[in-house]
Ligand binder design. Structure first.
Ligand SMILES: C[C@@](CO)(OP(=O)(O)O)[C@H](O)COP(=O)(O)OP(=O)(O)OC[C@H]1O[C@@H](n2ccc(N)nc2=O)[C@H](O)[C@@H]1O
Ligand SMILES: Nc1ncnc2c1ncn2[C@@H]1O[C@H](COP(=O)(O)OP(=O)(O)O)[C@@H](O)[C@H]1O
Length: 289
Protein backbone atom coordinates (compact mmCIF):
# COMPACT_ATOMS: atom_id res chain seq x y z
CA UNK A 1 0.00 0.00 0.00
CA UNK A 2 1.19 3.55 -0.76
CA UNK A 3 1.02 6.18 1.96
CA UNK A 4 1.32 9.93 1.56
CA UNK A 5 2.13 12.93 3.72
CA UNK A 6 1.67 16.67 3.12
CA UNK A 7 4.57 19.09 3.61
CA UNK A 8 3.26 22.64 4.16
CA UNK A 9 5.15 25.82 3.31
CA UNK A 10 5.82 28.37 6.09
CA UNK A 11 6.22 32.11 6.34
CA UNK A 12 7.70 34.18 9.18
CA UNK A 13 5.28 36.92 10.34
CA UNK A 14 8.18 38.37 12.36
CA UNK A 15 11.87 37.48 12.12
CA UNK A 16 14.17 39.30 14.52
CA UNK A 17 17.90 38.54 14.50
CA UNK A 18 19.36 38.99 17.99
CA UNK A 19 23.02 38.30 17.25
CA UNK A 20 25.63 35.89 15.94
CA UNK A 21 26.53 32.83 18.03
CA UNK A 22 29.86 31.10 18.49
CA UNK A 23 28.66 28.10 16.43
CA UNK A 24 28.14 30.34 13.36
CA UNK A 25 24.33 30.36 13.59
CA UNK A 26 22.30 33.45 14.50
CA UNK A 27 20.09 33.73 17.56
CA UNK A 28 16.61 34.60 16.30
CA UNK A 29 13.11 35.31 17.57
CA UNK A 30 10.51 34.48 14.95
CA UNK A 31 6.78 33.86 14.56
CA UNK A 32 6.31 30.94 12.18
CA UNK A 33 3.03 30.43 10.30
CA UNK A 34 2.05 27.45 8.11
CA UNK A 35 0.47 27.91 4.71
CA UNK A 36 -1.87 25.65 2.76
CA UNK A 37 0.62 25.51 -0.16
CA UNK A 38 2.27 22.10 0.15
CA UNK A 39 4.43 19.38 -1.37
CA UNK A 40 3.31 15.74 -1.19
CA UNK A 41 5.53 12.80 -0.23
CA UNK A 42 4.39 9.26 -1.19
CA UNK A 43 6.00 6.23 0.46
CA UNK A 44 6.35 2.78 -1.09
CA UNK A 45 7.98 -0.24 0.49
CA UNK A 46 11.18 -1.73 -0.91
CA UNK A 47 13.48 -4.38 0.49
CA UNK A 48 16.41 -2.12 1.40
CA UNK A 49 17.93 1.35 1.02
CA UNK A 50 16.31 4.74 0.44
CA UNK A 51 15.19 5.64 -3.09
CA UNK A 52 13.94 9.06 -4.18
CA UNK A 53 12.09 10.39 -7.22
CA UNK A 54 10.57 13.82 -7.86
CA UNK A 55 8.75 15.97 -10.40
CA UNK A 56 11.33 18.74 -9.67
CA UNK A 57 14.26 18.18 -12.06
CA UNK A 58 16.74 20.49 -10.28
CA UNK A 59 16.60 18.78 -6.88
CA UNK A 60 19.21 16.21 -5.83
CA UNK A 61 17.78 12.67 -5.47
CA UNK A 62 20.61 11.40 -3.25
CA UNK A 63 21.89 12.00 0.28
CA UNK A 64 21.93 15.77 -0.36
CA UNK A 65 18.14 15.76 -0.30
CA UNK A 66 16.75 16.54 3.16
CA UNK A 67 14.13 13.79 2.69
CA UNK A 68 16.91 11.21 2.25
CA UNK A 69 18.67 12.55 5.35
CA UNK A 70 15.46 12.40 7.43
CA UNK A 71 14.74 8.82 6.33
CA UNK A 72 18.33 7.79 7.04
CA UNK A 73 18.34 9.32 10.55
CA UNK A 74 15.08 7.57 11.43
CA UNK A 75 16.21 4.24 9.95
CA UNK A 76 19.48 4.37 11.91
CA UNK A 77 17.91 5.51 15.19
CA UNK A 78 15.31 2.73 15.25
CA UNK A 79 17.34 0.07 13.39
CA UNK A 80 14.71 -0.28 10.66
CA UNK A 81 15.69 -3.19 8.41
CA UNK A 82 13.38 -2.52 5.43
CA UNK A 83 13.84 0.18 2.80
CA UNK A 84 11.55 2.79 1.28
CA UNK A 85 11.02 4.60 -1.99
CA UNK A 86 9.78 8.18 -1.57
CA UNK A 87 8.26 10.23 -4.39
CA UNK A 88 8.25 14.01 -3.88
CA UNK A 89 5.62 16.04 -5.69
CA UNK A 90 7.10 19.54 -5.40
CA UNK A 91 4.83 22.60 -5.47
CA UNK A 92 6.69 24.90 -3.04
CA UNK A 93 9.32 26.95 -4.89
CA UNK A 94 12.88 25.87 -3.97
CA UNK A 95 15.30 28.12 -2.01
CA UNK A 96 12.54 30.71 -1.79
CA UNK A 97 12.29 31.37 1.97
CA UNK A 98 9.21 29.14 2.26
CA UNK A 99 10.91 26.28 4.12
CA UNK A 100 10.16 23.71 1.42
CA UNK A 101 13.16 21.47 2.11
CA UNK A 102 12.64 21.70 5.88
CA UNK A 103 8.97 20.84 5.50
CA UNK A 104 9.77 17.87 3.24
CA UNK A 105 12.21 16.60 5.89
CA UNK A 106 9.58 16.99 8.63
CA UNK A 107 6.95 15.25 6.48
CA UNK A 108 9.40 12.39 5.88
CA UNK A 109 9.84 12.00 9.68
CA UNK A 110 6.06 12.11 10.32
CA UNK A 111 5.19 9.88 7.38
CA UNK A 112 7.85 7.26 8.01
CA UNK A 113 6.96 6.92 11.70
CA UNK A 114 3.52 5.73 10.49
CA UNK A 115 4.84 3.83 7.47
CA UNK A 116 7.36 1.82 9.53
CA UNK A 117 4.97 1.51 12.53
CA UNK A 118 7.45 3.28 14.86
CA UNK A 119 6.45 4.84 18.19
CA UNK A 120 5.68 8.58 18.16
CA UNK A 121 8.42 9.73 20.57
CA UNK A 122 8.33 13.53 20.47
CA UNK A 123 11.71 14.01 22.14
CA UNK A 124 13.45 11.77 19.59
CA UNK A 125 11.68 13.30 16.61
CA UNK A 126 12.36 16.91 17.64
CA UNK A 127 16.04 16.05 18.26
CA UNK A 128 16.31 14.48 14.79
CA UNK A 129 14.47 17.48 13.31
CA UNK A 130 16.98 19.91 14.86
CA UNK A 131 19.85 17.92 13.31
CA UNK A 132 18.25 18.31 9.87
CA UNK A 133 17.86 22.12 9.94
CA UNK A 134 16.79 25.05 12.09
CA UNK A 135 13.23 25.20 10.64
CA UNK A 136 12.49 21.46 10.65
CA UNK A 137 11.21 21.33 14.25
CA UNK A 138 8.55 23.93 13.44
CA UNK A 139 7.60 22.10 10.25
CA UNK A 140 7.07 18.93 12.30
CA UNK A 141 4.20 20.61 14.19
CA UNK A 142 3.10 23.51 12.00
CA UNK A 143 0.38 26.04 12.77
CA UNK A 144 1.55 29.22 14.54
CA UNK A 145 4.54 29.16 16.90
CA UNK A 146 7.25 31.35 18.38
CA UNK A 147 10.75 30.12 17.48
CA UNK A 148 13.89 31.02 19.41
CA UNK A 149 17.49 29.77 19.60
CA UNK A 150 18.40 29.20 15.94
CA UNK A 151 14.65 28.68 15.34
CA UNK A 152 14.38 25.16 16.74
CA UNK A 153 13.13 26.05 20.26
CA UNK A 154 9.36 26.37 19.96
CA UNK A 155 6.62 27.87 22.09
CA UNK A 156 2.96 27.49 21.14
CA UNK A 157 1.04 30.65 20.21
CA UNK A 158 -2.69 31.20 19.66
CA UNK A 159 -3.63 30.35 16.07
CA UNK A 160 -3.21 33.30 13.72
CA UNK A 161 -6.49 34.80 12.43
CA UNK A 162 -7.18 33.36 8.96
CA UNK A 163 -5.68 35.27 6.01
CA UNK A 164 -5.57 34.69 2.28
CA UNK A 165 -1.93 34.97 1.24
CA UNK A 166 -0.43 35.97 -2.09
CA UNK A 167 3.13 34.78 -2.69
CA UNK A 168 5.28 36.37 -5.40
CA UNK A 169 8.68 35.09 -6.44
CA UNK A 170 11.16 37.03 -8.59
CA UNK A 171 12.42 33.83 -10.24
CA UNK A 172 15.83 33.22 -8.67
CA UNK A 173 17.03 31.21 -5.65
CA UNK A 174 18.62 32.74 -2.54
CA UNK A 175 21.14 31.06 -0.24
CA UNK A 176 19.99 31.30 3.40
CA UNK A 177 23.62 31.07 4.61
CA UNK A 178 24.65 33.98 2.35
CA UNK A 179 21.80 36.18 3.61
CA UNK A 180 22.66 35.52 7.29
CA UNK A 181 26.33 36.21 6.48
CA UNK A 182 25.37 39.62 5.04
CA UNK A 183 23.32 40.52 8.13
CA UNK A 184 24.41 43.71 9.93
CA UNK A 185 22.63 44.60 13.21
CA UNK A 186 20.62 47.85 13.07
CA UNK A 187 20.88 49.00 16.69
CA UNK A 188 18.41 48.92 19.57
CA UNK A 189 15.29 50.27 17.78
CA UNK A 190 13.88 46.93 16.72
CA UNK A 191 10.28 46.12 17.57
CA UNK A 192 10.94 42.37 17.79
CA UNK A 193 8.33 39.66 18.10
CA UNK A 194 6.54 41.12 21.18
CA UNK A 195 4.02 43.25 19.28
CA UNK A 196 2.98 40.46 16.97
CA UNK A 197 2.71 37.95 19.82
CA UNK A 198 0.43 40.42 21.67
CA UNK A 199 -1.68 40.83 18.50
CA UNK A 200 -2.05 37.06 18.20
CA UNK A 201 -2.98 36.75 21.88
CA UNK A 202 -5.66 39.42 21.38
CA UNK A 203 -6.83 37.82 18.09
CA UNK A 204 -6.42 41.30 16.56
CA UNK A 205 -6.10 40.80 12.80
CA UNK A 206 -5.36 44.47 11.92
CA UNK A 207 -2.52 44.52 14.49
CA UNK A 208 -1.14 41.31 12.99
CA UNK A 209 -0.96 43.09 9.62
CA UNK A 210 0.78 46.11 11.24
CA UNK A 211 3.29 43.94 13.13
CA UNK A 212 4.94 42.24 10.11
CA UNK A 213 8.75 42.66 10.31
CA UNK A 214 11.76 40.77 8.95
CA UNK A 215 15.30 41.77 9.96
CA UNK A 216 16.75 39.79 7.04
CA UNK A 217 15.06 42.05 4.49
CA UNK A 218 17.94 44.54 4.59
CA UNK A 219 20.53 41.83 3.83
CA UNK A 220 18.52 40.28 1.00
CA UNK A 221 17.52 43.68 -0.43
CA UNK A 222 21.18 44.77 -0.51
CA UNK A 223 22.22 41.53 -2.24
CA UNK A 224 19.20 41.46 -4.58
CA UNK A 225 17.57 44.91 -5.11
CA UNK A 226 14.87 43.27 -7.23
CA UNK A 227 13.37 41.78 -4.05
CA UNK A 228 12.96 45.26 -2.51
CA UNK A 229 11.17 46.42 -5.68
CA UNK A 230 8.89 43.38 -5.57
CA UNK A 231 7.98 44.13 -1.94
CA UNK A 232 7.32 47.80 -2.75
CA UNK A 233 5.06 46.70 -5.62
CA UNK A 234 3.03 44.41 -3.35
CA UNK A 235 2.94 46.81 -0.42
CA UNK A 236 0.94 49.26 -2.57
CA UNK A 237 -1.95 46.78 -2.41
CA UNK A 238 -1.66 45.02 0.96
CA UNK A 239 0.59 44.55 4.01
CA UNK A 240 3.60 42.64 2.66
CA UNK A 241 6.85 41.10 3.92
CA UNK A 242 9.72 39.04 2.58
CA UNK A 243 9.46 35.32 3.45
CA UNK A 244 12.37 34.06 5.63
CA UNK A 245 15.66 34.76 3.86
CA UNK A 246 13.76 35.50 0.63
CA UNK A 247 13.34 36.09 -2.20
CA UNK A 248 9.58 35.32 -2.10
CA UNK A 249 7.37 38.14 -0.79
CA UNK A 250 3.96 37.53 0.80
CA UNK A 251 0.91 39.80 1.16
CA UNK A 252 -2.01 39.29 3.57
CA UNK A 253 -5.68 39.69 2.60
CA UNK A 254 -9.06 39.39 4.34
CA UNK A 255 -10.91 38.29 1.22
CA UNK A 256 -10.16 35.74 -1.48
CA UNK A 257 -11.40 38.15 -4.16
CA UNK A 258 -8.87 40.88 -3.27
CA UNK A 259 -6.05 38.30 -3.02
CA UNK A 260 -6.97 36.74 -6.37
CA UNK A 261 -6.98 40.19 -7.98
CA UNK A 262 -3.38 40.94 -6.92
CA UNK A 263 -2.31 37.41 -7.89
CA UNK A 264 -3.71 37.88 -11.41
CA UNK A 265 -2.16 41.36 -11.72
CA UNK A 266 1.27 40.02 -10.76
CA UNK A 267 0.98 37.16 -13.25
CA UNK A 268 -0.01 39.64 -15.96
CA UNK A 269 3.21 41.55 -15.11
CA UNK A 270 5.21 38.33 -15.69
CA UNK A 271 5.82 37.61 -11.99
CA UNK A 272 5.32 34.05 -10.62
CA UNK A 273 2.51 34.27 -8.07
CA UNK A 274 0.43 31.89 -5.95
CA UNK A 275 -2.79 32.32 -4.00
CA UNK A 276 -2.84 30.35 -0.76
CA UNK A 277 -4.04 30.77 2.84
CA UNK A 278 -2.89 30.36 6.42
CA UNK A 279 -3.59 27.01 8.13
CA UNK A 280 -3.66 26.10 11.80
CA UNK A 281 -1.79 23.24 13.51
CA UNK A 282 -2.25 19.51 13.10
CA UNK A 283 -0.32 19.10 9.92
CA UNK A 284 0.35 15.93 8.06
CA UNK A 285 -2.84 15.13 6.26
CA UNK A 286 -1.35 11.67 5.88
CA UNK A 287 -3.46 9.17 3.99
CA UNK A 288 -3.40 5.82 2.26
CA UNK A 289 -3.59 6.13 -1.51
C1 LIG B 1 15.66 32.21 7.39
C2 LIG B 1 14.79 31.08 7.88
C3 LIG B 1 13.64 31.68 8.72
O1 LIG B 1 12.70 30.71 9.09
O2 LIG B 1 14.15 30.35 6.86
P1 LIG B 1 14.39 30.13 5.26
O3 LIG B 1 14.57 31.42 4.58
O4 LIG B 1 15.59 29.26 5.14
O5 LIG B 1 13.14 29.42 4.79
C4 LIG B 1 15.58 30.13 8.82
O6 LIG B 1 16.18 30.85 9.87
C5 LIG B 1 16.61 29.27 8.14
O7 LIG B 1 16.43 27.98 8.60
P2 LIG B 1 16.96 26.69 7.73
O8 LIG B 1 16.69 26.91 6.29
O9 LIG B 1 16.40 25.47 8.39
O10 LIG B 1 18.48 26.86 7.95
P3 LIG B 1 19.65 25.78 8.26
O11 LIG B 1 19.62 24.75 7.18
O12 LIG B 1 19.59 25.35 9.68
O13 LIG B 1 20.92 26.70 8.08
C6 LIG B 1 21.40 27.16 6.83
C7 LIG B 1 22.46 28.21 7.11
O14 LIG B 1 21.80 29.44 7.50
C8 LIG B 1 22.51 30.09 8.55
N1 LIG B 1 21.62 30.22 9.73
C9 LIG B 1 20.47 29.50 9.82
C10 LIG B 1 19.62 29.65 10.90
C11 LIG B 1 20.01 30.56 11.92
N2 LIG B 1 19.23 30.78 12.99
N3 LIG B 1 21.16 31.26 11.82
C12 LIG B 1 21.98 31.11 10.74
O15 LIG B 1 23.02 31.76 10.65
C13 LIG B 1 23.74 29.23 8.83
O16 LIG B 1 24.80 29.76 8.07
C14 LIG B 1 23.36 27.87 8.29
O17 LIG B 1 24.48 27.14 7.87
N1 LIG C 1 13.49 18.18 -0.47
C1 LIG C 1 14.06 19.36 -0.74
N2 LIG C 1 13.29 20.36 -1.21
C2 LIG C 1 13.85 21.58 -1.44
N3 LIG C 1 15.14 21.87 -1.28
C3 LIG C 1 15.94 20.91 -0.82
C4 LIG C 1 15.43 19.61 -0.53
N4 LIG C 1 16.44 18.88 -0.08
C5 LIG C 1 17.54 19.66 -0.10
N5 LIG C 1 17.25 20.88 -0.56
C6 LIG C 1 18.19 22.02 -0.69
O1 LIG C 1 17.90 22.95 0.34
C7 LIG C 1 18.15 24.30 -0.09
C8 LIG C 1 17.09 25.23 0.49
O2 LIG C 1 15.85 24.96 -0.11
P1 LIG C 1 14.42 25.30 0.54
O3 LIG C 1 14.23 24.56 1.80
O4 LIG C 1 13.42 25.11 -0.54
O5 LIG C 1 14.53 26.87 0.78
P2 LIG C 1 14.55 27.85 2.02
O6 LIG C 1 15.68 27.42 2.94
O7 LIG C 1 14.82 29.18 1.39
O8 LIG C 1 13.23 27.81 2.68
C9 LIG C 1 18.18 24.25 -1.62
O9 LIG C 1 19.45 24.69 -2.01
C10 LIG C 1 17.96 22.80 -2.00
O10 LIG C 1 18.84 22.33 -3.00
Amino acid sequence: MLKSEKANAKINLVLDVLGKRDDGYHEISTVFQSLDLSDTLTFESRSEGIGLSSNAPALPLNKDNLIWQAAHLLQSHYGVSGGVHIHLHKRIPVAAGLGGGSSDAAAALRGLVRFWHLPWESEVLYALAAQLGSDVAFCLQGGTALGSGRGEILQPLPACPHFYVVLANPGFAVSTAKVYQAFVPDGPNRTGAGGLVAALEAGAREEVKCGLENALERSTFSLYPKVRRLKERMQKTAPSLMCGSGPTVFALFDTKEDAAKLCEQLKAEGISAWLTETVSASLGGGENV
